[in-house]
Design a protein around this ligand. Structure first.
Ligand code: PHE
Length: 350
């Protein structure tokens, strides 16, 4: 065994020890690189005579080829090992059940809104939609809440750009502006009948939608939902409000013995005003009074702003919280869960 056989052997060993392609390339440099062992030997040839150079050159070349062959073989081994590791990591278990396409569904609050619309629809109520960016007039002033009225501070309002300087536009703080918007449209449609002193078809409408207030905790979100209700006719009394709202709540909660309480309250746009509380007779919430809506007989000033004569037209309005109704119906105790968008929570309602 000559000196070069030893060199080839040590190259094979080094290559075998290389565990990664990068290791192997480093090992290669020691033998075949610019200052590697083989290259050094080649340089040594320069000092030899012609015959000697020929003989020795052939031996070195043989050794070089042997080292190159060992390198190629090891390269393939490492590549193969890498491929196997990769395949193993990606192992596909064809016996696993297939991944199903998730079936989407409606958000729990949307389910509630649909339910509200269906129930009031069955009682002859239309559904109206309106803008979420509202003017000061519709959100406050037309609702008998002029500038500087203390009741304005009950709503922590998000103001936005646009509108008169002293009365900027805002994100509607309730759906009550829809009372005015819808009534004005209705009156316009029936102007001729009104002018001729004939009766106008009653206004019977609900207006569900998003509303906004600067508020955030377990039971308040800066964006929340409300659903307004309005019934205006020639003889629509507080008694009708009680009948309609009681009917609605009992149908909504599928509970015939649900008890309602109309608790005296104040809203600038209704007189008299009441907050509506409900009480379940059975189930986990039984016995507690739970507030679900504000309501009242529409204030004469508001009837006037609708373009109607308050001596002739009268009716009730209410504003309820569909988010709250959803929480009560499903037993959810944190409002924010509805708006976090966590699929684990939302998929429970499908
Ligand atoms: N808009 C009132 C609120 O958001 C609720 C309400 C509506 C009260 C209609 C009376 C009549 O608090």
């Amino acid at each position: 065994m000559n000196e070069l056989d030893g060199l080839v052997d040590s190259a094979r060993q080094r290559f075998a020890q290389a565990a990664t392609p990068a290791d192997l390339e480093n090992a290669k440099a020691q033998f075949l690189g610019k200052s590697g062992r083989i290259t050094e030997l080649m340089k040594g040839l320069a000092a030899l005579g012609v015959d000697e150079k020929k003989a020795r050159g052939a031996v070195i070349n043989q050794a070089k080829q042997a080292i190159e062959a060992a390198l190629t073989a090891r390269r393939q081994e490492l590549a193969e090992a890498e491929l196997q590791a990769h395949l193993k990591a990606e192992a596909l278990d064809v016996t696993l059940p297939g991944r199903q396409r998730g079936i989407g569904g409606l958000h729990p609050v949307s389910l509630t809104l649909e339910r509200i619309e269906a129930i009031f629809g069955s009682m002859g109520f239309e559904v109206a939609q309106g803008p979420e960016i509202e003017s000061d007039w519709f959100n406050f002033t037309a609702l008998n809440t002029p500038e500087d009225h203390p009741a304005r501070s009950m709503h922590d309002t998000f103001y936005v750009e646009g509108g008169p300087v002293n009365a900027p536009n805002l994100l509607r703080t309730h759906t009550s502006p829809m009372q005015i918007r819808h009534a004005v449209q209705h009156v316009k449609k029936h102007r001729a009948a009104l002018d001729a002193g004939r009766a106008m078809p009653e206004i019977r409408v609900i207006a569900p939608g998003r509303t906004y207030r600067v508020d955030s905790d377990a039971t308040h979100s800066p964006m929340f939902h409300q659903c307004e209700g309005l019934w205006i006719g020639e003889n629509v009394s507080f008694k009708d409000l009680k009948v309609v709202f009681t009917d609605f709540c009992r149908t909504f909660f599928e509970s015939d013995d649900l008890v309602l309480r109309f608790r005296p309250s104040f809203f600038p746009f209704t007189e008299p005003s009441a907050e509506v509380d409900i009480q379940f007779q059975r189930g986990p919430l039984a016995g507690r009074w739970l507030e679900v809506a504000g309501s009242g007989e529409v204030h004469p000033n508001v009837v006037r702003n609708m373009g109607l004569d308050p001596e002739r037209y009268i009716g009730f309005a209410f504003g309820m919280g569909p988010d709250r109704l959803t929480m009560l119906r499903y037993g959810v105790n944190d409002l924010r869960l509805f708006f976090d968008g966590d699929i684990r929570f939302l998929s429970q309602f499908q």
